[in-house]
Unconditional design. Structure first.
Length: 170
């Protein structure tokens, strides 16, 4: 009887110290399919909600510098910290979600993962896959033609175009 009581108290106490508890896949599924699109000083993250019919409160987004392992395991890797970069709330139970993470240094690599949460953040899903991305400025594409009219094909060059008010561009 004493062994059963101790076990019950240990289970009831999980998460009571203010730290969230990672729950089973059946209780709260991790968001699958995290992908990214590189931007200028930003990264656009897209993920799926797999929590069809589940009572989730939203998602926590975590970020770290550098490239991290793609499969994080059962819990959020320590390198991603203990505090989420953002809390993404939604009442939408399924579908795709897109989030833009700005303030990135062009040329620097960042890694991201997402977890679903419920019960006010007291219960977390296992982490999504980890995605790494390096933001960079966009390049213009020019189709160059030489003086004899032969196309040299598209080239990507970093250019800046200034248009003076009152002038025209031909």
């Amino acid at each position: 009887m004493a062994m059963v009581l101790v076990s019950a108290l240990a289970i009831m106490g999980a998460g009571c110290d203010g730290n969230p508890t990672t729950v089973s896949l059946e209780d709260l599924a991790p968001p699958p399919g995290l992908t990214s699109v590189t931007g200028d000083g930003a990264v656009v993250l897209r993920r799926q909600a797999s929590n069809f019919g589940e009572d989730h409160g939203g998602f926590y987004l975590y970020q770290s510098s550098g490239t991290q392992p793609v499969t994080p395991g059962e819990s959020i890797p320590g390198v991603l910290g203990t505090a989420a970069l953002a809390t993404l709330t939604t009442t939408q139970g399924s579908g795709f979600f897109t989030t833009t993470v700005g303030g990135q240094v062009n040329g620097a690599t960042y890694s991201f993962l997402v977890v679903a949460f419920k019960d006010g953040g007291g219960k977390l899903s296992r982490p999504s896959n980890v995605i790494s991305d390096t933001s960079r400025r966009e390049f213009a594409t020019l189709d160059l033609t030489n003086s004899t009219g032969n196309s040299l094909g598209p080239c990507q060059l970093p250019i800046a175009i200034s248009i003076v008010p009152g002038s025209s561009v031909a």
